[in-house]
Design a protein around this ligand. Structure first.
Ligand code: HEC
Ligand code: HEC
Length: 369
């Protein structure tokens, strides 16, 4: 395992012939590694009994009246399922954005693809810009949530990524560096759960209200100021996600280790950062959770996230994903790499220049993630 004292990153940018060396925040001593595993066992954040109860809620299919009328799926599990509950899936969702600034569709809106009744079916207005977004895995995000803003800002400074401050829905008036979703639209798992409850299942909750239909999460009287840590469904979802482990690695042999050296040498690790840490543990997401323009952007502005930028895909768990990039347009790893341009131009060129043997090693490494 690589030390994290001073990780040297190679930063390539357009027209930049010589790699620039930058340094991510140093750790005084290596921290313990986080637990990993695609299983249904808690990472220790909650008891196993609580984790099982949380998972049941995450997997439970909603029925009327606690659904829709417009929705995407009946449960979180419908889209976060591979290889086990909380993982990724091939399900994509449909975002629409303004064609030009000042348009009526102010920011990225979500189209609900299903409906409880034909009259509430949503379709995109004819002049909207449409984009697809793949369902990502939730494994390991518990640890990403605890990375300090300072660390993310330091990485942004070093590699040219963009960090945006987003409102923390559960603490009105406070903001944190956004790190969840393809546009870094949320900073905490509870905020995302509130958003997903409404946007995916059509159910309002104390964080994200349903302005039209007034469908409300009806767990334990949330509106009366419940003090139980599991007030509403969204609390079960957040608790479930916070107890997920990080994705486990596949077998690591000598060629995989050599492949990682190739990955570092050609500058992939400037954005696909190998090690991040919380105050107490370290983990290896191979991502920086920041926005970049690598030429794949969907053109949809979302909050402060610019149209052309997308969050770096964290490469942990890559071997479990059959469709790559934010919209699933690439079906294999070399194709996804060849689609890197602009900020990642240097890395793509370096990939193309690899010898056949170097390429085999790099792919051995990537397939071990
Ligand atoms: C219809 C499919 C679908 C359903 C149902 C769904 N999700 Fe998701 N989920 C997605 C997609 C697609 C994304 C990426 C969205 C984006 O970035 O715009 C995502 C992203 C997320 C993220 C951010 C992950 C990351 O990589 O940063 C969290 C957290 C999340 N979902 C939680 C939930 C919870 C909790 C539920 C249940 C209330 C849920 N999702 C239901 C499709 C779904
Ligand atoms: C400047 C930042 C940057 C650099 C350098 C970079 N990437 Fe990426 N990478 C990204 C971003 C951003 C995405 C997501 C793009 C999207 O989804 O549209 C991505 C996506 C990927 C994906 C798709 C993963 C998935 O789950 O969808 C792979 C594979 C990948 N990168 C490998 C590499 C390799 C290998 C290198 C080095 C040759 C590299 N990247 C260099 C930013 C970078």
């Amino acid at each position: 395992m690589k030390q994290v004292f001073a990780i040297t990153l190679l930063l390539f940018s357009i027209g930049c012939k010589k790699p620039i060396t930058v340094v991510v925040p140093p750790l005084p001593v290596p921290l313990p590694e986080v637990p990993t595993g695609f299983d249904t066992l808690t990472n220790g954040f909650t008891t196993q009994v609580q984790h099982d109860a949380d998972r049941a809620q995450f997997e439970e299919d909603a029925v009327l009246p606690q659904l829709g009328p417009a929705f995407n799926a009946r449960s979180c599990f419908n889209c976060h399922t591979n290889p086990v509950s909380g993982g990724n899936s091939q399900v994509s969702e449909h975002r629409i954005g303004p064609d030009e600034p000042g348009d009526e569709i102010a920011s990225a809106a979500l189209i609900h693809d299903q409906s409880t009744d034909a009259n509430t079916q949503q379709v995109a207005p004819f002049d909207a810009l449409s984009a697809l977004r793949m369902s990502t895995s939730l494994f390991g995000l518990a640890f990403v949530e605890q990375v300090s803003d300072a660390d993310l800002l330091a990485i942004a400074k070093a590699n040219g990524g963009q960090a945006i401050m987003v409102p923390v829905l559960e603490s009105p008036g406070t903001k944190k560096v956004g790190r969840f979703g393809w546009k870094c639209q949320h900073a905490t798992l509870l905020s995302f759960a509130g958003d997903a409850d409404f946007n995916e299942k059509g159910v309002g909750n104390r964080l994200v209200k349903d302005p039209v239909n007034g469908i409300e999460d009806q767990q334990q009287g949330s509106t009366t100021g419940c003090t139980d840590p599991h007030c509403e469904d969204i609390d079960f979802y957040a608790s479930f996600m916070r107890a997920l482990k990080a994705p486990p690695r596949g077998p690591i042999d000598a060629s995989v280790r050599q492949g990682e050296q190739v990955f570092d040498r050609i500058g992939c690790n400037s954005c696909h950062v190998d090690t991040l840490h919380t105050p107490t543990v370290q983990f290896h997401p191979y991502g920086d959770f920041l926005l970049h323009d690598i030429g794949t952007g969907d053109g949809v502005m979302q909050g402060q996230a610019p149209a052309k930028k997308v969050r770096t895909a964290a490469l942990w768990g890559l071997r479990t994903r059959a469709r790559l990039l934010h919209d699933g347009r690439a079906f294999d790893i070399p194709t996804a790499i060849k689609m890197h341009g602009r900020e990642a131009h240097g890395a793509r060129v370096a990939f193309k220049k690899l010898s056949p043997a170097g390429r085999v090693l790099l792919l051995r490494f990537l397939n071990s993630l």
